[in-house]
Write a protein that binds this ligand. Structure first.
Ligand code: FES
Length: 112
């Protein structure tokens, strides 16, 4: 079965930590670069809420590949477009390796 887009990219831009770490800028770079690469209509870049990986961000997820990226900066965003979205290669330097499920880094704000 085919979905609407070849790739659907989610960027955490409204959780507690990713926006402070540059999530919004990363979202903007991904969107701009994907459009410049001619991927409009094939790749959709969306804002996402918290992915429960706070403290590892900015977090970026590429579906349907189910590839998670952590600590993505502007260079990382450019590489994700060039290497992953255009050429199908995972950008190993930003690949998120973590146990399944929630992986929040506890902060002083956390009361639970
Ligand atoms: S704030 Fe981005 S994963 Fe929680």
């Amino acid at each position: 079965m085919m979905g609407q887009y070849r790739h659907h990219v989610f960027v955490c831009t409204s959780g507690k930590t990713c926006p402070l770490d540059g999530g919004l800028e990363v979202h903007a770079v991904l969107k701009k670069r994907a459009a410049a690469a001619g991927l409009k209509g094939q790749v959709r870049v969306n804002h996402a809420g918290c992915m429960n990986q706070c403290g590892h961000g900015p977090m970026v997820v590429v579906y349907p590949d189910d590839v998670w990226y952590a600590g993505v900066d502007e260079v990382g965003a450019e590489r994700i477009v060039e290497e992953h979205l255009l050429n199908g290669n995972i950008v190993q330097e930003y690949l998120y390796i973590a146990p399944p499920g929630d992986n929040k880094i506890k902060t002083a704000e956390d009361s639970d």
